[in-house]
Design a protein around this ligand. Structure first.
Ligand code: PEP
Ligand code: MG
Length: 560
C-alpha cells in the first residue's frame, strides 16, 4: 500500500500497530413504540440528562480546552430545541431510540449545511447522539479500544470526549479518515502534542495490528513500512524529543541573528503554558475566539478584563492583538451577515468592523484601557494592535488613525490579501508593522477555500507564488526598517520557518507546541543559509518542488 495522505497536525512522527475504533452504533429500527409516549419521553430525557452529566464529569477530569469542548457537548445534550424535536417525534409514535436518532440527524444536517467552523461541530453532535443511543439500548458507548499495548488509533473521527481522555502512554498516534484541520480531533491533538493525521480518506483500509508510520509533518501514513523507514522515523522522533527537552533559548539563527518566537493564542489565560514552552511573547491573539458564542457585541468592560489577563500574563513582553476578524471561517453572530453567498470574499475582517465602527471603537478602547491599567500596576506588556484582512493603503490609513486616536501606540496590519502584499512598501509607509497571515494569504493567492477538503492540496504555503508575496513584504520591511512577522501556520513548519526568515521575516508566531521544533531548526542555519534555502524554494514551479528544493538546499545541515 502506498502512503495515505491527509492533513498532519503538528510535526511529529510515530510508528506502531493499528487498533481501530469500533464503528458507530447502527441506526435503530424505525418501528412503532409499544410503550406509552410518556414512558418513551421519560426514557429519552433520562438518557440525555445522564449523558450530559457524564460529559461534564469527563470534562472536569480532563481540564483545559477539553473541558470547554465537553461542556459544550453537554449543553448540546440538554438543548431545549433538540428535546422539543425529540418529544415531537415520540408524540408521533416513534420509540425514544428512533426519535433521538432522527432528531440529532436533522440538527447535524443543518450544522453541516452551514459549513466552516459550525459544520465541523456536526461531528460533536453525532458523538452525543451515539452516547445517548448507547445509554438507551444499554450498550457501551463506542470508544477508544484497549488492545493491551501501545497502538496507533485509527478512527473515522474522534469525539472530543474520546480525544480528551486518550491515554498518552498507550496512544502513539491518531489517524482519522474524516475531519479537517479545524476539527476538534485536530485542535485537541495539537494542544496535547499527539502525533496525528486527520482526513486521510483511505484510513478505513488499515487493519488491526498492521504496522504504520504516521508522519504529521508530511501529512502521510505509511502502511507496512520497510525496516529502513521505521529506523528513520524512530531517529526523527528521537531528534524531536531532544529538541523539546533542550534548554529554552530565545529564537535565533546559528549566527546569532535574533528571530523572536511568539505564540498564537485564542484565550487570555494561555500565558503560563506558552511561556513554559519558550514563547517570547504573543504574535497573534485571536480576539474573535473570545466571542464565538456571543449573541451581542461584548462590552468594553468585559473585553478589558480579558485583555488585562492577557497582558499581565506576558508582562514585559511583546503582545500583538488582532481586532475582531469576523466572517467566513470565523462567523460572529453579532457582526456577520450569514446570507452572503461568498463570505470569504465578503464584508469581513476590517471591512465589517468599519461598517460597524462602534464595535471597533469599543474594542480599541478596551485594549487601550487594559494597557493603561496593567502598566499602572507594573504588569504592562508591549501592546501592538493589528487589523485583519487589510487590502488597501486607504484601509491602513483609516485603521492606524483610529487606533492612535483611541490610545494605541503601535498599530499594524495583517497581510492576508495579495493586494496588501503587493503594495507592502506603501502600506508600511503608514503602518508601524506588518504580520503575514499565511493561511489566508495562501487561500486568496491560490483561490482555494481553506476549509474545503476537495481543494486542500492548493492550501500549501510552500507555493512559490505565496513565497514571492512574502518576499515582497520582507523587502518592504527591510527598506522601511519596520518589523514583518509571520503568524500563519507556515511559521510552525521548521524548514519553512527558515525560508520565511530568508525572505525577510523578523519574527515568527505559532501554536506554542511548535516552538521547540522551529527553535531547533533556526539554530541549525545562519543568515546566508536561510537566504540560499529561500532562493531554492522560490525558484521552484510548485509547492511540492519548492519543499523538495529547500530540503536539498538545507542538507547536510540537519533540520528537525
Ligand atoms: C492567517 O490567516 O494566516 C491567520 C493567522 O489568521 P487566521 O488563521 O486566524 O485567519
Ligand atoms: Mg486570517
Amino acid at each position: 500500500m502506498t502512503a495515505l495522505i491527509g492533513v498532519g497536525v503538528g510535526l511529529g512522527v510515530a510508528s506502531g500497530p493499528v487498533a481501530r475504533m469500533a464503528d458507530p452504533l447502527p441506526a435503530p429500527a424505525d418501528e412503532t413504540s409499544t410503550r406509552t409516549a410518556e414512558e418513551e419521553r421519560q426514557r429519552a430525557h433520562e438518557a440525555l440528562e445522564a449523558v450530559a452529566r457524564e460529559l461534564e464529569r469527563r470534562g472536569e477530569h480532563a481540564g483545559g480546552t477539553a473541558q470547554e469542548v465537553l461542556e459544550a457537548q453537554a449543553m448540546m445534550a440538554e438543548d431545549p430545541s433538540l428535546a422539543e424535536e425529540i418529544d415531537g417525534r415520540i408524540a408521533a409514535g416513534k420509540t425514544a431510540e428512533r426519535a433521538v436518532h432522527d432528531a440529532f440527524a436533522a440538527f447535524q444536517e443543518t450544522l453541516t449545511a452551514m459549513g466552516g467552523y459550525l459544520g465541523e461541530r456536526a461531528a460533536d453532535l453525532g458523538d452525543v447522539a451515539q452516547r445517548v443511543l448507547a445509554r438507551l439500548t444499554g450498550v457501551a458507548a463506542p470508544g477508544v479500544p484497549d488492545p493491551g499495548h501501545p497502538f496507533v488509533l485509527v478512527a473515522r473521527d474522534l469525539s472530543p470526549a474520546d480525544t480528551a481522555l486518550l491515554d498518552l502512554d498507550q496512544v502513539l498516534a491518531v489517524v482519522t479518515s474524516e475531519g479537517g484541520p479545524t476539527s476538534h480531533t485536530a485542535i485537541l491533538a495539537r494542544e496535547k502534542s499527539i502525533v496525528a493525521v486527520v482526513g486521510a480518506a483511505q484510513a478505513g483500509e488499515l487493519a488491526d495490528g498492521q504496522t504504520v508510520i504516521v508522519d504529521a509533518a508530511a501529512g502521510a501514513v505509511t502502511a507496512d513500512p520497510t525496516p529502513e523507514q521505521l529506523a528513520e522515523a524512530a531517529e526523527r522522533a528521537q531528534r524531536r524529543r531532544a529538541a523539546a527537552s533542550a534548554p529554552l533559548a530565545p529564537g535565533a539563527l546559528k549566527d546569532g541573528t535574533t528571530v523572536p518566537l511568539l505564540a498564537n493564542l485564542g484565550k487570555p489565560d494561555g500565558a503560563a503554558a506558552a511561556r513554559a514552552l519558550g514563547a517570547e511573547g504573543v504574535g497573534l491573539f485571536r480576539t474573535e475566539f473570545l466571542f464565538l458564542n456571543s449573541a451581542q457585541a461584548p462590552s468594553v468592560a468585559e473585553q478589558q478584563t480579558a485583555y488585562e489577563t492577557l497582558l499581565s500574563g506576558f508582562a514585559g513582553c511583546k503582545v500583538v492583538v488582532r481586532v475582531l476578524d469576523a466572517g467566513a471561517d470565523k462567523p460572529l453572530a453579532f457582526l456577520t451577515d450569514d446570507t452572503e453567498e461568498n463570505p470569504a470574499l465578503g464584508l469581513r475582517g476590517i471591512r465589517v468592523l468599519r461598517a460597524r465602527e462602534q464595535v471597533l471603537r469599543d474594542q480599541l478602547t478596551a485594549l487601550a484601557q487594559a494597557d493603561a491599567a496593567t502598566t499602572a500596576r507594573g504588569e504592562g506588556a508591549d501592546l501592538w494592535v493589528m487589523a485583519p484582512m487589510v487590502a488597501t493603503v486607504e484601509e491602513t490609513t483609516y485603521f492606524t488613525a483610529l487606533a492612535r486616536e483611541l490610545g494605541i501606540r503601535t498599530v499594524g496590519v495583517m497581510v492576508e490579501v495579495p493586494a496588501c502584499a503587493l503594495l507592502a512598501d506603501r502600506i508600511l509607509s503608514v503602518a508601524d508593522f506588518a504580520s503575514i497571515g499565511t493561511n489566508d494569504l495562501t487561500q486568496y493567492t491560490l483561490a482555494a477555500d481553506r476549509l474545503l477538503g476537495s481543494v486542500a492540496s492548493f492550501q500549501d504555503p510552500w507555493h512559490p507564488a505565496v513565497l514571492r508575496l512574502v518576499q515582497e513584504v520582507g523587502a518592504a520591511g527591510r527598506d522601511s526598517g519596520k518589523p514583518v512577522g509571520i503568524c500563519g501556520e507556515a511559521a510552525a513548519d521548521p524548514l519553512l520557518a527558515v525560508v520565511l526568515v530568508g525572505l525577510g521575516a523578523t519574527s515568527l508566531s505559532m501554536a506554542p507546541s511548535a516552538l521547540a521544533d522551529v527553535r531547533a531548526s533556526l539554530a541549525a542555519h545562519d543568515t546566508d543559509d536561510a537566504r540560499r534555502i529561500a532562493a531554492a524554494a522560490l525558484a521552484a514551479d510548485d509547492a511540492v518542488s519548492a519543499r523538495a528544493a529547500a530540503r536539498a538546499a538545507a542538507s547536510p545541515t540537519a533540520t528537525v
